[in-house]
Design a protein around this ligand. Structure first.
Ligand code: 5GP
Length: 212
């Protein structure tokens, strides 16, 4: 019998320095997890080869981004490597209410903002690379960014990594399949949290009334 008890969705945040494997893990989770969708961010960064507007990001210019900030349309937003990134608020609110989980690929500043505003709906995971050498190798082998951008991202990585201890869970991404398995275990456990299962009281009361 499947679990039909009503529950509230949660925000699953994955953060890591660029190149630690977060995007690949996120992609696999989204392919295989029912009831989990991606929060598509807005960014002022130019699209990388192969990225699709509306799927990977909503690509906008700076005035459009600032307009969204002023209209309070972001759940969180932050600057990263000279580009702005933000999470549209409305799709998240709707999904949580409908009991759907949402995956976020965002950095630590955004995670902090969500923790301040909606701690009980947040589940955060930090992904660490096995070593700096491996991180650099992955960034270069990705071949999507120029050498200058890779160096800039390597420099940012050390600072980003210092935020590992602000997260609920930490995974060292040595083996991709193992990391995916670990993220799945976290998802399963978080779905069973008592506080999220808003239909539990009614369910239990219903059973108890049958025996009265
Ligand atoms: P990239 O340019 O490599 O796609 O993303 C750069 C960084 O920005 C990554 O760490 C990514 O997780 C983060 N990021 C992407 N979207 C958002 C967002 O909406 N908010 C915040 N705070 N960070 C984001």
């Amino acid at each position: 019998m499947s679990n039909t008890i009503k529950r509230r969705g949660f925000m699953l945040v994955l953060s890591s320095p660029s190149g630690a494997g977060k995007t690949a893990i996120a992609r696999r989770i989204l392919e295989t997890e029912e009831n989990m969708s991606l929060s598509v961010s807005v960014t002022t960064r130019p699209p990388r080869p192969g990225e699709i507007n509306g799927k990977d990001y909503f690509f906008v210019d700076m005035p459009a981004f600032e307009g969204m900030v002023q209209r309070n349309e972001f759940l969180e937003h932050a600057k990263f490597c000279n580009n702005c990134y933000g999470t549209p608020r409305e799709p998240v609110r709707k999904a949580l209410e409908e009991g759907k989980d949402i995956l976020f690929d965002i950095e630590w500043q955004g995670t902090q903002q969500i923790a301040e505003n909606a701690r009980e709906d947040l589940v955060s995971i930090f992904i660490l690379p096995p070593s700096m050498a491996e991180l650099e190798r992955r960034l270069f082998s990705r071949a999507q960014d120029s050498e200058e951008v890779v160096h800039q991202r390597m420099a940012t990585a050390a600072a980003e990594m210092s935020h590992w201890n602000e997260y609920d869970y930490v995974i060292v991404n040595i083996d991709f399949e193992e990391s995916v398995k670990n993220v799945r275990s976290i998802i399963q456990a978080e779905r069973l949290k008592r506080q999220r299962q808003s239909g539990l009281a009614g369910f239990v009361n219903g059973m108890r009334s049958q025996t009265a």
